[in-house]
Design a binder for this molecule. Structure first.
Ligand code: SF4
Length: 123
């Protein structure tokens, strides 16, 4: 759905993920893909927010709802949003769902599904 001109609640839902190198960071990103595939919103580039790319910032500002998924308690994605002055309506730290921050492991898809189900319940 296209966003409205004034950033009201009728705008699109954008999903930002930290996409960190740790397993939990990759789970965060995979969950963002899963939520988009489930029709819960559009996955968006947190790196573009960090780089303040003008057209990306405008779309992020105009979103009706911003969902941020982080891979650990450092909350990098949420902090990038805060530094950019963008509100965060829904924030999830996947380690709070029992997913450990550790090197890559073969549970990526399974753990991402757990995050998708958790976030989908809040949307
Ligand atoms: S929130 Fe954690 S996993 Fe994600 S980029 Fe930051 S340090 Fe890495």
């Amino acid at each position: 759905m296209a966003s409205g001109c004034c950033g009201g609640n009728s705008g699109e839902t954008l999903i930002f993920t930290c996409a960190g190198a740790a397993h939990s960071g990759q789970v965060a990103n995979r969950a963002g893909i899963g939520l988009m595939q489930a029709g819960k919103g559009n996955l968006f580039c947190i790196a573009a927010v960090g780089a303040a790319i003008p057209d990306k910032m405008e779309r992020a500002r105009n979103a009706g709802r911003r969902v941020v998924i982080d891979g650990c308690e450092d909350h990098c994605a949420r902090k990038i949003m805060e530094k950019a002055g963008l509100p965060v309506e829904v924030h999830v730290d996947v380690t709070e769902l029992g997913i450990e921050k550790k090197p890559a492991e073969p549970q990526l898809v399974l753990h991402a599904k757990r995050v998708v189900e958790h976030v989908a319940e809040t949307l």
